[in-house]
Write a protein that binds this ligand. Structure first.
Ligand code: MRU
Length: 369
């Protein structure tokens, strides 16, 4: 994606060939700043503090975190220590564990002296593959958008609601939920995006609006509670969201509030799509509600808001009555029955075991891709 005419990925090796550069997403949309990671501990901290976030990007950063660790200590103990450190950063996105398992499989049998180079190469491969997967998701997600556009008057936009940020900032490039939207826009299909602000951290207002704006896609930010009303009044043609973990049966964990949008979509006959690359599928799980770990984040994210002050400085404000407790579950689970389709790199599948197994037979059987 381009920012100010310059093509960026969200993570890339620094010029020195060993450090790793990321876009600091805690500073967006007001400041475009990068950070350079030098150690596995810094990579872990970047994930925990959400300098980087979004399931695929969390996985990519963890992979580079292992590479950084192998420069520090490539022994077996060093490898296992780095894997454990990075695995403990955020619990819900399964891409993190997928990437770490892949790094372990690549490195464990190598001699320690060969590990650093192999780790950098594997991390780079994971990033390149993520870009390809997301681009393919975009191609498959374009079809339902085109279908809806075909039923509209010429020039009338397809109104798509999205929640959180599942765009290029959440991946290495392109995004998942936003990839079909970018491709539709680039192909001249008129689209307009309703962007849920996505309290408490406002990934929609801060990140999705930022990247859609940078790409020139028409969009409108709405309060999280507005979606149901817009659907009742025929102002939403479809919903597309991302996911942090999808079970083998098609239950979908995504940013808190996604479930409410799925309920409203179901009640109003609005198609509800979830876009995901295959590393987001947890083939071991069959019941999302019972089995997907839901991250509980600090109460301060609910009690305080970050914004741009009149003086042009970024400031944090308390918005909750002093003394009140706040709870902050960061994700919820949308049952498969509320999902119209899963948009993957191999096509659009029904949200069911059979649907996913048809597209990914080797993964459903437990074989490596
Ligand atoms: O807490 P975040 O910002 O990491 O949550 C991100 C989401 O919920 C995204 O929708 C999900 O990771 C899919 S990203 C392609």
């Amino acid at each position: 994606m381009k920012i100010g005419g310059v093509a960026y990925r969200t993570i890339w090796p620094a010029q020195d060939g060993w450090r790793v550069t990321v876009i600091d997403q805690t500073r967006l949309p007001f400041r475009f700043e990068t950070r350079t990671l030098e150690t596995a501990a810094q990579a872990a901290q970047a994930i925990t503090t959400m300098i980087v976030r979004g399931a695929p990007l969390i996985g990519a950063t963890a992979a580079y975190g292992v590479a950084l660790a192998m420069r520090e200590d490539a022994s077996d103990a060093g490898l296992e220590g780095a894997l454990a450190l990075l695995a403990a950063t955020r619990p819900t996105a399964v891409n993190l564990h997928w990437a770490l398992a892949r790094m372990r499989a690549r490195l464990a049998l190598l001699k320690p002296r060969a590990r650093a180079q192999a780790a950098y190469a594997e991390a780079a491969l994971i990033c390149d593959e993520d870009v390809a997967l997301c681009r393919a998701i975009g191609g498959h997600g374009l079809a339902p958008i085109r279908e809806i556009a075909a039923g509209k008057r010429a020039g009338e936009p397809v109104n798509i609601l999205t929640h959180c940020n599942a765009g290029w900032l959440a991946t290495v490039d392109w995004g998942t939920a936003l990839a079909p939207i970018y491709l539709a826009h680039d192909a001249g299909v008129p689209v307009h995006v309703w962007v849920d602000e996505t309290r408490p951290r406002n990934q929609g207002a801060a990140l999705t609006a930022y990247e859609l704006g940078a790409h020139g896609v028409p969009h409108t930010v709405i309060a999280d509670n507005a979606g149901g009303h817009l659907m009742q009044h025929g102002q939403v043609d479809m919903v597309i969201v991302g996911t942090d973990r999808t079970t083998a049966t098609g239950d979908v964990a995504n940013k808190i509030g996604t479930y409410l949008k799925a309920l409203a979509a179901h009640d109003n006959g609005v198609p509800f799509y979830v876009a995901l690359p295959s590393p987001t599928i947890d083939w071991r799980l069959s019941d999302g509600l019972k089995q997907i770990p839901i991250e509980e984040r600090p109460a301060r994210e609910v009690t305080h808001l970050q914004g741009l002050g009149a003086d042009g400085e970024v400031a944090t404000f308390r918005i909750v009555a002093p003394g009140s407790d706040a709870a902050n579950p960061a994700f919820d689970v949308t049952p498969a029955r509320l999902v119209t389709g899963l948009i993957t790199e191999r096509g659009v599948a029904p949200a069911s075991r059979a649907g996913l197994a048809t597209l990914f037979p080797e993964l459903a059987r437990g074989e490596a891709a």
